[in-house]
Design a protein around this ligand. Structure first.
Ligand SMILES: NC(=O)c1ccc[n+]([C@@H]2O[C@H](COP(=O)([O-])OP(=O)(O)OC[C@H]3O[C@@H](n4cnc5c(N)ncnc54)[C@H](OP(=O)(O)O)[C@@H]3O)[C@@H](O)[C@H]2O)c1
Length: 382
């Protein structure tokens, strides 16, 4: 069996690619990048399907969340629909990842709920919602074999962008959130564990009859209170901020508008800056949005790790992302050294960390080490 994965270099696509590479020898998944197969180019899609004739398609691609209307339309909507049309021509399953951005605020929202389609929606939400609607239409009109998986706030490692929960983590760690941008109690959200998605997709592929033509919410069963999440990160990192002063929404919105204005002025003066893309979702910090997972629970899918929640994963996510962002020199005020003094991690001899320390302090010594023992031909290849 061979599959096409579009978006394999992204957060969710990365988990899928790793899963299919390591756990399913019987399934060969190819994940051409967007230079080889761009969803903006119909010819790329047609050419790929003609050459490779995949047995299924998974689409986890999206353009950057702040993209303009043209890019959002071409990649998120038109590209997804063209992929589905190709899948339809071969009569193969098409699995599409969607988002809770298509939903209004509310509790226990079902797969049937969605925002009314409206011109004033963000480009991202509009393109995701339109795709949901057109896929359903293609199923009803032509029998498209598709399964749509709606994700809420996704957590997982290896995300190249700083968005969603990672933006929250980044701002807390970098002390860019002096006060609480939410309500003290009662603002709940659903979270999706990226590492579990491949198990579900594999299960869907094995049980087409049950899952074809359906939409599913893929979220952890228990919603999470935003204030509790922020305070847990703060406590784990032993930070003083954000202080427990809760900024009301109208004040936060006015502050955000003011920052937008200031940044516009600075941009005119030649400085480049922008407000984080998620600020378009500022309202969500103050409103509950929880997705019902009853349909998923009542299906034949069995959660591979029911005890994993955003709280159980938090320590490893914090370790991973603070190290990553420090390596990339993204922090303005946080230093991992201070953090490691509180949470010491043993450095093993001969590891990359040790060699990186030598690289920093005595490069000539590292050159000697490598020249003595690290430049012979890689005989394993032969
Ligand atoms: N992350 C979240 O918090 C979240 C929450 C809810 C729903 N979702 C949904 O989950 C899905 C995956 O999101 P993600 O966070 O994993 O995305 P991501 O990390 O931003 O990755 C986006 C992927 O899309 C590909 N891509 C971009 N433009 C393309 C084009 N023109 N043609 C083909 N591929 C293109 C990129 O490939 P290249 O690198 O090769 O360009 C990349 O692999 C999306 O449907 C999103 O709506 C995500």
């Amino acid at each position: 069996m061979s599959g096409l994965l579009v978006g394999g270099s992204g957060l969710i696509g990365g988990y899928l690619l790793h899963y299919f590479k390591t756990k399913t020898p019987e399934i060969d998944v190819r994940a051409p990048n967007s230079k080889k197969l761009s969803l903006r180019e119909l010819n790329d899609i047609v050419g790929y399907f003609k050459r490779h004739k995949p047995d299924f398609v998974v689409n986890t691609a999206i353009t950057a969340i702040r993209s303009d209307a043209l890019l959002s339309y071409e990649v998120n909507y038109q590209g997804s629909i063209n992929l589905a049309r190709a899948a339809l021509a071969l009569n193969i399953p098409y699995i599409h990842i969607s988002s809770a951005a298509t939903l209004p605020p509310g509790e226990n929202l079902t797969e049937e709920d969605h925002l009314p389609l409206d011109a004033s929606m963000s480009n991202y939400a509009k393109s995701k919602l339109m795709t949901e609607m057109t896929l359903r239409h293609m199923h009803e009109k032509y029998g498209l074999k598709y399964t749509l998986i709606r994700m809420a706030i996704v957590y997982g490692a290896h995300d190249h962008k700083i968005q969603g929960i990672n933006r929250l983590l980044f701002n807390i760690v970098d002390r860019a959130m002096p006060f609480m941008l939410t309500k003290k109690k009662g603002v709940l959200h659903s979270y999706s564990n990226a590492s579990k998605v491949p198990y579900f997709i594999h299960h869907v592929l094995k049980n087409q009859e049950e899952f074809s033509g359906k939409h599913f919410h893929f979220v952890d069963p228990e919603p999470v209170e935003l204030a509790k999440l922020i305070l847990t990160i703060k406590a784990y990192m032993n930070l003083k901020t954000p202080r427990e002063i809760y900024i009301p929404y109208p004040v936060a919105k006015a502050g955000n508008n003011f920052m937008n204005w200031v940044i516009k002025v600075f941009n005119r003066l030649g400085y480049r800056a922008h407000v984080p893309a998620e600020m378009i979702f500022l309202e969500n910090f103050y409103k509950t949005q929880t997705l019902s997972c009853a349909k998923l629970k009542n299906s034949s899918f069995v959660d591979p790790n029911p005890r994993a929640t955003v709280f159980t994963e938090l320590p490893s996510l914090i370790e991973y992302y603070t190290a990553r962002w420090e390596h990339l020199n993204l922090f303005s005020s946080f230093s991992k050294k201070d953090f490691n003094l509180r949470h010491p991690v043993k450095k093993k001899a001969g590891t990359s960390e040790e060699l990186a320390a030598i690289f920093m302090d005595s490069p000539a010594r590292l050159l000697d080490i490598v020249h003595n023992d690290g430049t012979a031909p890689l005989k394993d290849i032969l």
